[in-house]
Structures are given as C-alpha cells and as structure tokens.
Design a protein around this ligand. Sequence first.
Ligand SMILES: Cc1cc2nc3c(=O)[nH]c(=O)nc-3n(C[C@H](O)[C@H](O)[C@H](O)COP(=O)(O)O)c2cc1C
Length: 144
Amino acid sequence: MNEKKIYHLSYVSTGCDSLKYEDIKSILESSNKNNAEIEITGILVYCNKHFFQIIEGDKADVLELFEKIAIDRRHDNLIKIQEAERDVRQFNNWSMAFKSYNKELSSLDNFNLEQFYSYINEQIKKSENDVSLKVLADFFDLNG
Ligand SMILES: Cc1cc2nc3c(=O)[nH]c(=O)nc-3n(C[C@H](O)[C@H](O)[C@H](O)COP(=O)(O)O)c2cc1C
C-alpha cells in the first residue's frame, strides 16, 4: 500500500510592531481549532519579535494554510526555510505546539523549556541534517 506522505513546511517571520499578547493568544486559538479539523500539526516558536513555524500535514492543506498565514498582517518579512515530503510527522501530538521566549507569553506555552529541549533533540537525532530542526536548535541555543 502506498502510504500518503506528510508535507512539511517551515518559515521565519517578524511580528508586527503592535503585536500584543491577545494577538498571539488569538493566533493559537485559530491554530488549535482549524488545524485539528484538517489534521495539521506543528510548532510555533516566538522569540524577540520573530516567529518560527513548522506546519505539517496533507500537501494541499499545508499550502492552503501557508497562503492564509502569509497574508496575515500580524507579521511580515516571511522567509520560507524548508518544504519537504516526509514519512512521519515531527509534532504529531500537537495541533500547534507553542514555545515562547518572552516571559509575558509563557502562560500560552504548551512545552516547558526542558521538555522542549529534549523533544527537539530527540527529533534531531531521528532526522539528521534537517534544516527546520537546525533552526529550532539555533533558537534554543541562542535563547535557552
Ligand atoms: C505566525 C502566525 C502563525 C499562524 N499559524 C496558524 C496556523 O497554524 N493555523 C491557522 O489556522 N491559522 C494560523 N494563523 C492565523 C491565520 O493567519 C488566520 O488568521 C487564521 O487561520 C484565520 O482563521 P479563523 O478565521 O478561524 O480565526 C497564524 C498566523 C500567524 C501570524
């Protein structure tokens, strides 16, 4: 049987100047609701005004979601990092995992720092030379 591949897309972007706690809260609420409906999983990291996100799922759904995210005015300077087809998901337990390096947003985190660190390291070991995970690792090396 031909198992369907998982489409993986990652990018970085910069939050708009007026970005507030409520904006991130609302982004996460939409993500959790919408992503669960179309079986999208992934992670969103927020640090010093920058976002890093991985979205994974059916190719058409990932691309459609990315188009929607790309025109969202709560961020700009969006730079795609990686698009790839995978056999397995990296974040299959989360509609959208969230890790923030800003203290005032920590109540929205669904990873504590230690869990995050060990989970990402585990994923890095499983998939060597994965560009998206390298960027994630850089985020926590710089900020952890
Ligand atoms: C950095 C960033 C990440 C986002 N990630 C997602 C996401 O994973 N899923 C999602 O549905 N919307 C995401 N959004 C929000 C979408 O751009 C859009 O506002 C939302 O999907 C609209 O859905 P709603 O009408 O149900 O709120 C993100 C927005 C930003 C700025």
